[in-house]
Design a protein around this ligand. Sequence first.
Ligand code: NAP
Length: 250
Amino acid sequence: MTQEENKKTAIITGSGRGIGRDTAILLAKHGVNVVVCSRTENEINSLVYEIKRIGGNANILGVKCDVSISSQVISVVKSAIDKFGSETIDILVNNAGVAFNKKLIDTSEQEWSQTINTNLKGAFLFTKAVLPFMIKRRSGAIVNVNSGAGKTGFSNLSSYCASKFGLFGLAESLALEVDAYNIRVMTIFLGQVATKMWQDFDQSYYEKNKKRMLDSHNVAEKIADMIFDTKNYKNGDSFEMYNLNTFATG
Ligand SMILES: NC(=O)c1ccc[n+]([C@@H]2O[C@H](COP(=O)([O-])OP(=O)(O)OC[C@H]3O[C@@H](n4cnc5c(N)ncnc54)[C@H](OP(=O)(O)O)[C@@H]3O)[C@@H](O)[C@H]2O)c1
């Protein structure tokens, strides 16, 4: 067994920027093998470069992937196994997400499908792909990055809310299914975070409010806590991290 195969491997989806990127950097600093993926190749390449630059003994694999496409998800997990070994697959952060700022009546079928297929189906596909390895070794941590919009409805966010409510249902059900295998399925519910998602969602709101939004570095620290602090974060747990603005636009 090589040194790389001794370490745990974390797959972080949607890690080219924002919360996923900060989480990948932090997990690399914790010394796990890190697999990063998103659709934008140059963002993944730049993250791989950054982690190699700061990385100490971190091992990194960057793969272009659309989480809504089954063959691409399977290919990421296969590449991770080829590089690090199947027995290292231990951490999954389902983070990839999109949001469209539209009333339901103005939402196209394509926008609905993209939202559900990225935010919900993507988590299903990645979870299904890694679960056999976690079950075999009776070890694993899965963190689903959710939102206040996964518990409460918001105007102009019906498809996003549907996807995030669904993601919580997936997490609660899966937690029951894997409890016997020492696998922890956890959810982090977030308020507004100052990332490109918010910029794209409403640039002028973002400019006025970004200082009051959560910082993605702090979110990444909490995700890392949930992964590594096995005493305080159990299977089925969720953690809420909101800011002052969170329910202002609801
Ligand atoms: N920002 C907030 O206020 C907020 C609040 C609550 C929850 N969240 C959740 O936090 C997570 C991260 O969002 P963020 O704020 O960090 O936004 P972000 O900066 O826009 O990052 C989103 C990431 O997801 C990736 N992504 C989108 N569609 C994808 C697809 N089909 N396949 C693979 N990757 C895909 C993006 O890369 P590509 O576009 O290159 O694929 C990007 O790397 C999301 O699940 C979001 O719902 C955010």
